[in-house]
Design a protein around this ligand. Structure first.
Ligand code: FE2
Length: 238
């Protein structure tokens, strides 16, 4: 049974081992591949390998930066609930960890994905401004499945699978890539297509959740994300 809320005392020694192993392994692997904003925010939020993040502590820290909060859900939240939380600066996260014998197998997002990969950037104002707008706009178009799909695509190609240009290099910032060894390497290789961030293209781009991506969109800055909402609004509402 997956827990509904985080009861810190319930984490077992195996959970601590799993967190530490995943954290150390992944940070070593992505350190030179990930956006500097992510590394800065990881430090700002205070995540570390020796300590499974305590949501209360994380929220106290986040409230100083952006006012965002992480709240627990046992599984992926349905769209309308998820978007409602986003519009109110709340990110829904699981609080359970995979077991040691399934360390490389992720059936559905666990706390390592949700907290290690998603939470740090919730301390970044421009990133969260964009993220909150996705939720706010979604609430206005929930009755229109086509438009919901357009916003889901925007979420997918940025928050989950976004790349960012940093000096001369391309780096990763999407949480789906950050928590995956295979995709971190692949996304930066010359195998997939990398396209300049373009809201119109993204919102018309079908994606699959069951295969590794063959196309990624590259932003120049997080400011570009929040600025792009003029175009998003045009596509959704005009
Ligand atoms: Fe995610």
């Amino acid at each position: 049974m997956k827990p509904l809320e985080q009861i810190y005392a319930n984490y077992t020694p195996e959970d601590f081992k799993v967190w530490k192993l995943l954290y150390n392994r992944q940070i070593e692997f992505i350190e030179d591949k990930v956006a500097v904003e992510f590394l800065d925010s990881l430090e700002a939020v205070g995540l570390s390998p020796g300590h499974i993040p305590n949501f209360k502590e994380v929220n106290t820290t986040l409230s100083k930066y952006t006012g965002w909060q992480i709240i627990t859900v046992p599984n992926l939240a349905p769209g309308n609930i998820f978007f409602n939380h986003l519009s109110n600066k709340r990110f829904t996260a699981t609080c359970w960890l995979r077991s040691l014998d399934q360390i490389d197998y992720l059936e559905e997002p666990d706390m390592f994905h949700d907290v290690f990969a998603h939470t740090p950037l919730l301390s970044n104002t421009q990133y969260t401004d964009f993220f909150q707008k996705i939720g706010q706009r979604a609430l206005k178009i929930l009755h229109d499945p086509k438009k919901v799909t357009m916003l889901q695509r925007l979420y997918w190609f940025t928050i989950e699978f976004g790349l960012i240009r940093s000096a001369e290099e391309t780096k990763i910032y999407g949480a789906g890539i950050i928590s995956s060894r295979g995709e971190a390497e692949y996304s930066l290789s010359n195998k997939p297509k990398k396209i300049d961030y373009d809201v119109q293209k993204i919102m018309n781009h079908k994606f699959r959740t069951d295969v590794i991506q063959n196309t990624y969109y590259v932003i120049d800055s997080f400011e570009q994300l929040s600025d792009s909402f003029d175009k998003v609004d045009e596509l959704l509402f005009s």
